[in-house]
Design a protein around this ligand. Structure first.
Ligand code: PLP
Length: 341
């Protein structure tokens, strides 16, 4: 049995999803003539109660577009030190938009309204970068799938309004957050200027993210997506996977969360494990005892057919997903219980 738990991006489309893709009516989306893409964008916009949406090949491109929409060169973005937009987009924010970061020392990737307020530069003091955008990640990736309470996001929104800051949500795993916290898309749509959501993680589509905002902003986004090389032609085949995912794969995220929690509980009982971070969604981050090298754990599990990854030195990561079935789960629990170092 090969069990891949390195990420929730490893899922392959199911026969039903492939059938939906195969049946899609398509056209040239560069001329806005792909009916499936148009329907998908409208569907996601309506779901969040936002005016417009645009389909992107990747979450990185959607985030980079949002940064370009929300900032001017020289401006500063306020976000957590572990943010994907800072750590894992190849320096794109500086390369594409010429911006810099004020990195806050958050908790598991989450920042507070008080920290944001503290992090804003005085706009009259022209020697320092102009604070222009706050970036939120929900759930947090490096923070181990942690998710925000709506109340804190509302408080941060107020700080943004008071200080004329744009408010962006990197919602690559927002679906997981909404399931875990029983929140609704419209609660997020009301708060943020721009939101990116991903369909190729927990929702199981092969490709695709969507960026959301008001109509005027999304009209400008068309040009930026073009500049980034992200205009696609018969992308309705891909949008059909997104529609299928929206209709079928959201509620089942609970299963991923339950399995992740059970893995966390099992790991806590393992003598070779020093720390297991709280498990809120589908990501489990844990640290082996200091004398056990990360690589050794990875290799030994690999020999048993289980792949997991290193998040950072001394921290290992397991991510549950659509292709991680109950039989596999039982085998992994059993293996973790028996294994020793
Ligand atoms: C995966 C991810 C993205 C986007 O990744 P792509 O691989 O470009 O689709 C953005 N933000 C977070 C937090 C992510 O986990």
């Amino acid at each position: 049995m090969e069990i891949n738990l390195i990420s929730d991006t490893v899922t392959k489309p199911t026969p039903e999803m492939l059938q939906a893709m195969f049946n899609a009516k398509v056209g040239d989306d560069v001329f806005k003539q792909d009916p499936t893409v148009n329907a998908f964008e409208k569907m996601v916009a309506d779901l969040f109660g936002m005016e417009a949406a645009l389909f992107f090949p990747t979450g990185t491109m959607a985030n980079q577009t949002a940064i370009k929409l929300n900032t001017n060169p020289g401006d500063q973005i306020i976000c957590d030190k572990w943010s994907h937009i800072h750590l894992y987009e190849s320096g794109g924010a500086s390369a594409n938009s010429g911006v810099n970061f004020n990195l806050l020392d958050g908790n598991r990737g989450m920042i507070t309204a008080a920290q944001v307020k503290e992090g804003i530069n005085d706009p009259e003091f022209y020697h320092v970068p102009l604070s222009k955008m706050v970036g939120i990640e929900n759930t947090t990736n490096k923070g181990g799938g942690a998710c925000y309470e709506i109340e804190e996001l509302q408080k941060i929104k107020q700080v943004c309004v008071d200080h004329n800051l744009k408010y962006h949500l990197d919602g690559a795993r927002l679906w997981n957050a909404m399931i875990a916290k029983k929140q609704q898309p419209k609660q997020f749509g009301q708060l943020f200027d721009t939101i990116s959501v991903c369909f190729s993680k927990g929702l199981g589509a092969p490709i695709g993210s969507v960026l959301l905002s008001d109509a005027e902003t999304m009209h400008r986004a068309l040009r930026i997506r073009k500049i980034f090389g992200g205009n696609l032609r018969q992308s309705g085949y891909l949008a059909a996977a997104g529609i299928y995912a929206l209709q079928n794969n959201i509620n089942r995220l609970e299963e991923d969360h339950r399995r992740a929690k059970e893995l966390g509980t099992q790991l806590e009982q393992c003598s070779w494990v020093a720390v297991v971070e709280p498990v809120e969604t589908n990501i489990v981050i844990f640290s082996p005892q200091p004398h056990i090298e990360d690589k050794i754990v990875i290799e030994k599990l690999k020999q048993k057919g289980i792949s997991i990854s290193i998040m950072s030195k001394g921290k290992l990561r397991i991510v549950t997903h659509l292709d991680y079935r109950q039989v596999m789960h039982e085998y992994v629990l059993e293996t973790l219980e028996k294994i020793n170092f």
